[in-house]
Design a protein around this ligand. Structure first.
Ligand code: URA
Length: 198
């Protein structure tokens, strides 16, 4: 069994034996191994589980257009998540129908996958890890919030690698101001500069 297959097997085992809360399937990372550029997101949603790949739903469409803006294609990068299963909440409506929605991963769920994410990072051996949103940022670094560090290249002594914190692409859906979009676009252009430097 390859190291990647072992990772996949572990994600499957953890997810299939998880009973603490509701989850709706799981996925692995996607893209070449090794790879110089690793993006780390939060957790998969419905479309990701259906297609078996990270960032292929609405947030993924935004993500892909910004990748292209800086001259990268999906094939040039590896992308994975901090939590490899889809955390969900199930609500029963007054008419008795069930509604399923995403929920943020809990700290305990993030910790469950931490050794797997670390293993994936060591296999991918990236020159830079681009964290998308607060979840991977807090799992991999000591930063408290994306607001304090987005758009800057920092060397992480623990991981012995460069980290570039960015907002999660779904932030564009929550914050539709021109000001936020401009700042987010500038952060991507700074990624391009950082890639030329490292
Ligand atoms: N958002 C994430 O953080 N990860 C995915 O895989 C999809 C959307």
């Amino acid at each position: 069994m390859s190291e990647l297959d072992i990772i996949k097997q572990k994600i499957k085992e953890i997810s299939e034996s998880y009973t603490e809360d509701n989850i709706g399937g799981w996925i692995t990372g996607d893209g070449p191994v090794p790879c110089d550029i690793l993006f780390v997101g939060e957790a998969p949603g419905k479309t990701e589980v259906e297609e078996g790949k990270p960032f292929v739903g609405v947030a993924g469409k935004n993500f892909k257009s910004y990748l292209e803006l800086i001259g990268l294609a999906r094939e040039d990068i590896r992308i994975t998540n901090t939590c490899y299963f889809r955390p969900i909440k199930i609500k029963e409506t007054t008419s008795g129908r069930k509604s399923i929605s995403n929920r943020p991963p809990k700290t305990s769920e993030i910790n469950l996958f931490k050794p797997i994410l670390e293993k994936e990072i060591s296999l991918v051996n990236p020159k830079i890890i681009i964290t998308l949103g607060n979840v991977p940022l807090k799992s991999l670094t000591d930063f408290k919030s994306i607001g304090e560090c987005h758009g800057t290249l920092v060397y992480n002594n623990n991981l012995k690698r460069y980290i570039f914190p960015m907002y999660h692409p779904s932030a564009l859906t929550y914050n539709r101001t021109e000001e936020f979009k401009k700042m987010y676009t500038e952060d991507w252009l700074k990624v391009k500069e950082a890639l030329a430097k490292i």
